[in-house]
Design a protein around this ligand. Sequence first.
Ligand code: NAD
Length: 481
Amino acid sequence: MKTYWQNYIDGTWCDGGAGRIDVINPGTGEKLAEQALADAGDVDRAVMAARRVHLSGALSDLRPVERGRMVRAMGRYLLDHIDEIAPVLTLEQGKPLWEARIEVEGAARYFEYYGNQAETVEGRSIPLGKDYFDFTTYEPFGVSAQIIPWNYPVEMTARSLSAALATGNTCVIKTPELTPLSNAWFAQAAEAVGLPKGAVNILCGLGHQTGAALSAHPHVNQIVFTGSVPTGIAIATAAAQNVVPCVLELGGKSAAIVHDDADLAAFENDVRWGIYFNAGQVCSAMSRVIVHDSVHDELVDRMVGVAQSLTVKPGVEQPEFGPTMGAMVSEGQRDRAAQMVSDAEMQGAKVATGGRKLNIPGAFLEPTILTDVTPDMTVANEEVFGPVLSVLKFSSDDEAIKIANNTAYGLVGGVFTSNLDRATRAARHLRAGQVFVNEWYAGGVETPFGGYGKSGYGREKGREALWNYVQTKNVAIRLKG
Ligand code: NAD
């Protein structure tokens, strides 16, 4: 593996004005590589290159089917290089190798989906009487700035980059400082499919420097951000200063309501994926289970069984799909999660299983389940962003909804029941952008995703996401005679 990774600006690999940063392997705690760090000058060069390509019309003037073909080809490039990308992603992020492969496949799927959508963005004609001919068109904003989180660096870049390119925008990507390496393949893919130099720029830098410089740049026309609430507020504030739109995806404290008529055996699978996939570092993780009193003890036994069935070890030692979990992204994030578990115990929660750091090098935390959690506790309200599940109880349907809606977030929610009326009522009353009935993470690239409340605004995925990247123009023509 390369020991030094550069930024990619205007079609050229280059050093960063802010020096380098060490990238640490969270599976061992050892240094993996160095990454060039961009400064505000690098950001400016990247934005101006993207602006030049935008103004040239090299992307926006293309017939959409041609852009769509290039976007789809980027996805195929990722799949063709999955054996190179997945190990790097595992080494920098900590996830099992089989999960890294799923992430690369998921990224490729975004390029397939939005490549196919490119030619579906159509305007309409509005009748204004016989003396006028009127139509709307959708035009790309121009330069799309995309600030990427460390939990799914490949999939999150793919999500915004594919839709932005499909609609004719040019892009500047700010990769996360903890996991910047695997984004290099997007630059290679852009080159391989024949995108003009400067259409895709990928640089790493510190959030408060490079991220801030990018979100405040006067020639950025649209911003996409996934990450924490405080950073989202900083970015939205910068966007407001320049009067540009932004999409914010800011995490959640999402709840599954499990009724007494739910299939408890099937729910074990939802626990496995809902809170232990990517070691719980998922914005839409099932971080709370709100369970009916009468089935609480049985469900806790089952969930503890799931948690204890997982083997936790370095991601590179997990090539095969199976009951395994990797490291968290960093020792800092792991310590934060472990501290939240200790604080929850102080507030009266009980550790049903897990809760401890593994006594080996690396950022490992045991798969954890907390019971006796009440809605007022910190752990019931704040995102742990780790493999920590909080269990709360309810005794009536209304109470369950009330508890589920009790946080400032509202990303996703779930209801598990065999009663269709109950499920439908819950779906209506849950304050969340997406509701899963009887399967956590039901849906896909095709289904819109985004938050209510402090989980953010705007929608990613699905056809809804296309509208983040285009602005409407109306053309009204006065006919003669
Ligand atoms: P963060 O929000 O600080 O960082 C996310 C991205 O924003 C990184 O690329 C970072 O460099 C950049 N950034 C940071 N400050 C910036 C600024 N002032 N202007 C512009 N860009 C800036 O998140 P974090 O510190 O990496 O993680 C902290 C918490 O955020 C986590 O514990 C978790 O709760 C949440 N998080 C959520 C998601 C999600 O998918 N919703 C992803 C990552 C982190």
